[in-house]
Design a protein around this ligand. Structure first.
Ligand code: NAD
Length: 509
């Protein structure tokens, strides 16, 4: 159903004019609304108005806004001192301190003041919309309108419905966010909404890999970027967000899900918080940002010569890309079918894309001592680095041949300890699993989950798009093997992935 957005003549009130409130007020004013700003700190709202006008001037300098538009948007902003001055607002967006009592009290006061059809919205990142709404006589008019930081630049807005939120209210906010040039997605009020829930495995699996000694932080970061196609590696990203903030979000989601193992926080991060190593802002986190500190370098295998003629096997995406890369580099190789799923043979090495088993387990079960598993890449044709692991049974010369083959194809090779599922595959399977559960539990649609992760945290592909590309069978197999390897409920497979597998359908059906 497509409802009209709030008309741009209607006034919008923004309460709390810190980082988020200012950005949201800027967006609303640029979209044509008269915007009233209010903050509890004396002078803060007036300062925010000045700041937003300065932002408009900068946009004019950069040619991204006309001088006329900037001037009129600037005049639509006004700072007010009392709640009573917001009485004519058609929409109030709250962006005050992240505290349930404070938010409930504010909305209680507002309810008796604004018109009956005024929509009340909260920008909370982590508080239940249902719980905030419980303070109201008419909780149907309250919804979450969750912008991302910085609000003027980030396209995603989660429109979050609590148990009592009226459908027309959520629809009107959705249409309004769209009219403001944003990309809204609907979400049900559950811990973390979409982004802060589905993104948890990006950090959690990385922390586990580090804890198990799969590789160091710089190597895992490089793999997630250069093979996984993510904009930032998990450790550098946590260092940027701040470990205090990231750990608090993890704890809050874990607690809100009644300590579900899926969301278990990491002792490694607890240690960093305890030490005050909060990341960039404190000069030190996983990486060292103090002046003169060396940039962390990923572990990369030294270049080795190919001793034997390699053979690329089968026509999987990985095999095709490997053959094309070898051909482009002028490296002679044979081609053959693949009877057992291997993508290549080099000397005594047999290379397989990981299916969630360790190389050692795989080698034992297949009676193939020369087993090498390679990690997932977003695009094997353009990846610049690949992670691999060798079975414990693998003879050293076979491992050297495998490394030489991948290097001949133009890849930097990072040799990981033999952990199940390696880095990219394990992370992507768990992201898809979490997104699938969110969809299965009615939190959002599959398209909404994908859009949220691409727009909210810049993932190169939506987790469910990625899972469809790999196939539900492959994702399920990885998760099954991880579950068997660790014996933990954490890796339980989402019913949506099971359904898609057994029905032979896409996760978007
Ligand atoms: N910072 C982020 O990245 C981010 C992203 C999305 C959502 N959020 C959410 O947005 C909200 C605001 O976050 P922020 O980062 O802008 O915080 P902030 O500390 O920068 O700003 C909060 C502002 O609210 C004012 N304030 C506090 N209590 C008030 C009250 N009762 N009445 C009026 N004003 C009051 C403060 O003076 C301050 O200016 C929080 O709910 C937060 O969880 C933050």
């Amino acid at each position: 159903m497509s409802l009209p957005p709030l008309s741009s003549e209607r006034a919008v009130a923004v309460i709390g004019t810190g980082a988020m409130g200012s950005g949201i007020a800027q967006v609303a004013a640029a979209a044509g609304h008269p915007v009233r700003l209010l903050d509890a700190r004396p002078g803060a709202a007036a300062k925010a108005v000045e700041g937003i006008r300065a932002q408009f001037s900068k946009l004019v300098d950069k040619g991204r806004m006309s001088a006329d538009a900037a001037a009129s948007a600037g005049t639509r902003l006004s700072a007010v001192d009392a709640l009573a001055e917001l009485a004519d607002a058609a929409l109030v967006i709250e962006a005050i301190v992240e505290n349930l009592d404070a938010k409930q009290q504010l909305f209680r006061e507002l309810e008796s003041l604004v018109a009956g059809d005024c929509i009340l919205a909260t920008n909370t990142s982590s508080i239940s919309i249902t719980a905030i709404g419980a303070a109201l006589q008419g909780p149907g008019r309250l919804a979450g309108l969750h912008f991302f930081n910085p609000a003027p630049l980030m396209a995603l807005v989660e429109v979050v419905s609590g148990l009592a939120t009226a459908r027309e209210v959520a629809d009107c906010l959705f249409a309004t966010a769209k009219a403001w040039g944003k990309s809204p997605v609907h979400a049900k009020s559950t811990p973390g909404f979409i982004v802060n829930r589905v993104a948890r495995p990006y950090y959690a699996e990385a922390l586990r890999l580090l804890q198990e000694g799969a590789a160091d932080a710089a190597t895992l970061d490089a793999l997630m970027r250069e093979a996984g196609g993510f904009r930032m590696g998990p450790f550098e990203l946590m260092d940027m967000i701040g470990h205090d903030v990231n750990f608090a979000v993890t704890r809050s989601v874990w607690t809100a899900f009644f300590h579900d193992q899926r969301f278990l926080p990491s002792l490694i991060q607890q240690e960093l918080v305890d030490a005050g190593f909060l990341g960039r802002k404190s000069g030190r986190g996983f990486h060292d940002y103090r002046e003169g500190a060396p940039r962390p370098q990923p572990a990369t295998e030294a270049t080795l010569p190919l001793a034997a003629m390699p053979c690329v096997c089968g026509d999987s995406a990985a095999a095709q890309a490997l053959a094309a890369r070898l051909a482009a580099a002028g490296v002679r190789h044979e081609r053959s079918d693949s009877a057992d799923g291997r993508i290549a043979t080099a000397g005594g090495a047999a290379l397989f894309v990981t299916d969630g088993r360790s190389a050692t387990q795989f080698a034992s079960e297949r009676q193939l001592p020369g087993t090498i598993v390679i990690d997932l890449a977003l695009d094997y044709a353009s990846a610049t680095r690949i992670g691999i692991a060798a079975a414990r049974q693998c003879p050293e010369p076979s491992l050297r041949e495998a490394v030489a083959l991948l290097q001949a194809a133009g890849l930097q090779v990072s040799l990981l300890n033999d952990v199940p599922g390696l880095a990219v595959m394990r992370t992507v399977a768990m992201l898809a699993n979490e997104a699938a559960d969110a969809v299965n539990q009615g939190v959002c649609s599959a398209g909404g989950a994908d859009a949220a992760m691409k727009l909210g945290v810049n993932y190169p592909l939506g987790p469910l798009e990625w899972a469809d590309r790999l196939g539900a069978a492959a994702v399920r197999e990885v998760l099954m093997h991880l579950g068997a390897a660790y014996g933990e409920d954490r890796y339980r497979i989402s019913p949506l992935i099971q359904q898609a597998f057994f029905a032979g359908r896409s996760l978007h059906d």
